[in-house]
Design a binder for this molecule. Structure first.
Ligand code: TYD
Ligand code: MG
Length: 475
């Protein structure tokens, strides 16, 4: 990297929203953040290249004549990750792997690097987070020492992107790993590592390398507490795929999702378990998120959710307790808190389940996050079950979106959900009315179609008590 690159243009870039200003000010004009402007040298002439595989064809082509370029994939040898990637890494593509600190990103990426070696490629692993000794320690834990991976994964303790690029050009690896992009800096710019300008410019340089040399690049990125990738939004636009590794740090299960994928579907999820010797694929993901308890317990209901094309059975748990003075608490983990609040209101008005003066806690077993509204009915049932202290039959699942009028709405992919439930031994399913035909032929499953949440709760936890003997309030 020549140090004499002309420093032409500087801007003050907001570290929060990436807005640019000409002069320093105490507050960003765009997002209002204080003290967030950092002077950054901006490269005004970004190299514009056609994305890999699109070809530089300047002539319009009839849709039918477009030739699908054949992509040779570079499998990472981890079934669940290859699946999420859409069949492996695409040479020349850049994949961002995000996740909270300590969740297992470096572990996953090192295992993927070993997989690339196993399929015949060399790997350059640039580590700015950890020393080579620390990475070696992890490799020992994963059982990689003494294997081909120990020979063909080359560690590079560098953070300056120019040096990383030089090393990559010299050794021409099949895969380049940069762990993490927040520690990468480029000499072209001022500003500290992790700042918007540095992260973006470093990623841009690495993207150019990927395209020009057909090297697959994996960038590791940290996410902040609220789940967004630290650094500029633009990072997600620069890369070809964004994978996120989620889970609870102190629980073993991890879910790998795609937030963006230019070369595959964004729906697939991979399910892993963090073990002593690294991340292991979960043999039967569909049942991984079912909590294990012996007896029927009030406040639990299983819902067949869909993650992409994969049905997962998940246990929704709820606990309601009379609130102390003041406003009642509503806490949701793994579920949308707004949906919880809405359901509490609908239950009170449409189903005779009054939770107004109760604290309400709801969560999904196993640390999974599910956003789909199809979990509404199971959440409603878990809440009603906890309030009445009446367990739901353990052989039953419930699925359906609850509308504002207390009506049940149909969900997509019902038949697949129900087949999976039947496979795992469930005997009865409560589903929205109108969907029975779709679910008619699920052997071994008694499918009960209902029109409203009130009807469903009557079946699951018994009829609503118009005026509950103990009353909905404090007892
Ligand atoms: P790490 O991959 O370093 O996380 P990240 O790069 O996302 O910060 O691993 C995080 C945790 O995983 C760490 O606390 C130790 C644990 N771990 C295992 O349980 N088993 C293993 O085999 C390895 C390598 C790590
Ligand atoms: Mg790490």
């Amino acid at each position: 990297m020549s140090p004499a690159r002309p420093r032409t243009d500087t801007r003050f870039v907001c570290q929060t929203c990436a807005a640019e200003q000409l002069r320093w000010e105490g507050q960003c004009r765009a997002c209002g953040a204080w003290n967030s402007l950092v002077e950054t040298v901006v490269d005004r002439a970004p190299v514009r290249r056609a994305p890999a595989g699109l070809g530089g064809g300047a002539q319009p082509v009839a849709l039918g004549d477009v030739i699908e370029p054949e992509r040779t994939r570079l499998p990472v040898g981890i079934g669940e990750m290859d699946r999420v990637l859409g069949g492996g890494l695409v040479p020349g593509s850049v994949v961002l792997v995000g996740g909270e600190p300590g969740i297992g990103k470096s572990t996953l990426v090192l295992q993927a690097a070993a997989g690339v070696v196993a399929s015949g490629g060399d790997v350059l692993y640039a580590s700015g987070e950890e020393s080579p000794a620390q990475v070696r320690l992890r490799a020992a834990r994963l059982g990689l020492l003494g294997t081909a991976a120990a020979e063909r994964i080359r560690l590079f303790a560098a953070t300056e992107v120019g040096r990383i690029l030089d090393a990559a050009r010299d050794s021409a690896p099949a895969l380049l790993v940069v762990d993490s992009i927040q520690t990468a800096t480029t000499d072209e710019l001022d500003g500290p590592a992790g700042s918007v300008g540095q992260v973006r410019q470093s990623a841009l340089r690495l993207t150019e390398l990927a395209k020009e040399s057909q090297t697959a690049v994996i960038l590791v990125g940290h996410v902040t507490k609220d789940g967004t990738l630290a650094g500029p939004r633009t990072l997600e636009h620069l890369v070809d795929a964004v994978l996120t590794l989620e889970g609870e740090r102190y629980a073993a299960l991890r879910v790998l999702r795609t937030a963006k994928n230019r070369f595959g579907s964004t729906d697939e999820v991979g399910v892993f378990e963090m073990r002593e010797d690294g991340l292991a694929e979960v043999a039967d993901p569909a049942r991984a998120f079912l909590a294990e308890h012996e007896a029927d317990v009030p406040g639990s209901m299983v819902v067949p959710t869909m993650e992409g094309t994969r049905p997962l059975l998940v246990e929704v748990q709820a606990l309601v307790a009379p609130a102390a003075y003041g406003s009642a608490r509503r806490t949701a983990a793994g579920l949308d808190p707004n949906r919880l609040a809405l359901l509490v209101a609908v239950l009170a008005r449409r189903a005779g389940v009054g939770l107004g003066s109760h604290d309400v806690y709801a969560s999904l077993a196993g640390g999974l996050h599910v956003d789909e509204p199809a979990t509404d009915l199971a959440l409603a049932a878990a809440l009603a079950s906890s309030l009445r202290d009446a367990p739901v039959d353990r052989g039953t699942v419930a699925v359906g979106e609850v509308g504002l009028l207390g009506e049940l709405r149909q969900v997509a992919g019902l038949e697949r959900r129900l087949r999976e439930a039947a496979r795992l031994g469930f005997r009865r399913a409560i589903v929205p009315r109108g969907s029975r035909s779709a679910a008619g032929a699920v052997p071994g499953l008694d499918v009960v179609a209902v029109g409203s949440v009130r009807e469903a709760l009557e079946i699951l936890v018994g009829p609503a008590r118009a005026a509950s003997p103990r009353g909905p309030g404090r007892s």
